[in-house]
Design a binder for this molecule. Structure first.
Ligand code: ATR
Length: 294
């Protein structure tokens, strides 16, 4: 790459808003993609307070930003600042990608696109399957919409706070015709065995790194595939337990990479070929597994 062809008067600007933002992997991911695609662009992080979200979005538009990613805690509140929202993002009820249009930013949800791609490349086939979804927060919302769109036979919602699982089930049932149920974590051991389990709780990361929301690992016996949205640590206790029962285990790293690639594709009205995507993923997993050092 020739530096003189980049970061000049033609440079397009992209960014991410969230709070906190310092730990976001997106600047590394998106700048890697821009470089790989030899695109004259730059991607920067912004910490934005909740009270400033409208002003921030208006300011980014006025400054000519081409695309923005949105992370916690703005994924829902940002929806009031947009000129249009894509149907899938509307169903998920959250937006993580803004694309510049003539009238303002249009909102998309690429978390669900990243998860869909991860299921595809890791050969997790949920069509006609009995699925169990652990968690009922933001990540679980995307996963639930995807399970419904991919034609799961049944979705069983499991959450510590049962009311939130009920609310998610009711929302999904407004467009999903498959079977649903809501149970507690205590019930999962005696309930009909699921074929696919998706962990969308935050248990197993941060301070609870040695914890799993599934206390008795024999639950995994006979389960076909287990997906965990977490990617730090690379292998959660939940995935480690599931592996012992020979389940197919997939962490959230591919989802992370492919949601970023999906944002790039939306911003540039393009489709990235599989080989380029894999090269980007391999470069970033190496960087990531070294603890973020080049
Ligand atoms: P995200 O946006 O990453 O999905 P979130 O919206 O805060 O984050 O959701 C976190 C999920 O992890 C929730 O389902 C939460 O359960 P509650 O709805 O009961 O809060 C779940 N979770 C967090 N800590 C948990 C714990 N110690 N045991 C079980 N579930 C937990």
């Amino acid at each position: 790459m020739n530096i003189f062809d980049f970061y000049n008067g033609h440079t397009k600007v992209y960014g991410i808003i969230g709070n906190p933002i310092e730990h976001s992997f997106s600047p590394v991911l998106q700048n890697t993609i821009l470089q790989k695609m030899e695109f004259n662009g730059v991607y920067v992080p912004f910490r934005v307070d909740e009270k400033d979200i409208k002003k921030a979005v208006e300011g980014l538009y006025a400054l000519g930003f081409e695309g923005i990613n949105v992370t916690v805690p703005h994924k829902i509140s940002v929806m009031d600042c947009l000129c249009d929202i894509d149907d899938t993002a509307q169903k998920v009820g959250a937006v993580n990608t803004l694309k510049r249009t003539e009238n303002g930013f249009k909102g998309y949800n690429t978390d669900i696109l990243g998860l869909k791609k991860s299921f595809a490349i890791n050969k997790i086939d949920v069509k006609g399957k009995k699925t169990m979804l652990l968690g009922a927060g933001g990540a679980a919302n995307s996963a639930a919409v995807l399970l419904s769109q991919l034609g799961a036979e049944k979705i069983v919602f499991v959450n510590r706070t049962k009311e939130k699982a009920e609310a998610l089930r009711n929302h999904i049932s407004s467009f999903y015709t498959g079977k649903t149920d809501v149970i507690s974590f205590d019930d999962i051991y005696t309930y009909e065995k699921p074929e696919i389990v998706v962990n969308a709780t935050s248990v197993g990361m941060g301070e609870g790194v040695w914890e799993s929301p599934v206390k008795d690992s024999s639950f995994f016996e006979g389960v076909e595939a287990v997906f965990d949205v977490i990617y730090i640590p690379w292998e959660t206790k939940l995935l480690n337990d599931a592996k012992k029962y020979c389940c197919k285990c997939v962490n959230g790293f591919d989802m992370l990479i492919y949601q970023g690639i999906a944002s790039y594709e939306i911003w540039h009205d393009t489709y990235m070929d599989d080989n380029t995507a894999v090269e980007i993923k391999d470069a970033l997993s190496e960087y990531f597994l070294k603890g973020g050092k080049r």
